[in-house]
Design a protein around this ligand. Structure first.
Ligand code: AMP
Length: 220
């Protein structure tokens, strides 16, 4: 099965993706992580990507499509994947649908994690990300065992460049204007599951698992 996770920043997409990957042996494709890795390289494309990400603006489709294609070739599979942060605009969703169908693949379920604006801002101001492996922590709800240090790889925990108040504001606007239409696109197709992201991590995960069962994507 292929899954897509959509939600505003801070809604817990990465956290749920990590749990789904562990439980169902999926490959994880995070467009944000791929773009941040690209941003860290020394190239003109890296500078272009940084100029969008750091302001909280969406990166143009042609860059996204190239990064996606390269990554999918590298992982060598088109099934058993969870996509986090892609597609984020309707043009990407349309491109992706065609791309997958040409290879006899499809998206089976789209998980839309909802969260209201106040909660988003509260979460983001408490968010720390590992500089090395990209794992995300929340100082209030999901703190690291040792302050400032990643539990998994020992890397330094930082505040992301795009978590300044202005960038947060831009990202929320981009989500409302460009990504909410993607939610409607998948709702129309009958593959959307809207999940309340304001609950504890494990409760949300159980809810997602129930919906996978209901759609016969897993046994049980
Ligand atoms: P994320 O880690 O998913 O919050 O993504 C961080 C940033 O990467 C976003 O604010 C965008 O600037 C960029 N980005 C990630 N995914 C996409 C996408 N599918 N299309 C355009 N820009 C993206």
């Amino acid at each position: 099965m292929n899954l897509v996770l959509i939600g505003p920043q801070g809604s817990g997409k990465g956290t749920q993706a990590e749990k789904l990957v562990d439980q169902f042996n999926l490959a994880y494709v995070s467009m944000g992580n791929l773009l941040r890795a690209l941003k860290a390289t020394d190239s003109p494309l890296a500078q272009k990507v940084a100029s969008y990400i750091d302001k909280g603006l969406l990166v143009p489709d042609e860059v996204i499509v190239e990064v996606l294609n390269n990554h999918l070739s590298a992982i060598g599979r088109l099934d058993g994947i969870i996509f986090d942060g892609f597609p984020r605009v309707v043009s990407q969703a349309e491109y992706f649908e065609k791309f997958l169908s040409e290879k006899n693949q499809k998206i089976d379920m789209v998980i839309y994690l909802t969260l209201d604006k106040n909660e988003i801002i509260k979460r983001l101001t408490n968010r720390r990300t590992c500089r090395q492996c990209g794992r995300v922590y929340n100082l209030l709800t999901n703190p690291p065992k040792k302050e400032g240090i990643c539990d998994v790889c020992g890397g330094e925990l930082i505040v992301r460049d795009d978590e300044t108040p202005q960038a947060i504001e831009n990202r929320l606007k981009e989500f409302e204007e460009k990504t909410l239409p993607v939610v409607e696109y998948y709702r129309q197709k009958g593959i959307l599951e809207e999940v309340d992201g304001a609950r504890p991590i494990d409760v949300i995960f159980e809810d997602i698992v129930e919906r996978l069962k209901k759609r016969h994507l897993i046994n049980g």
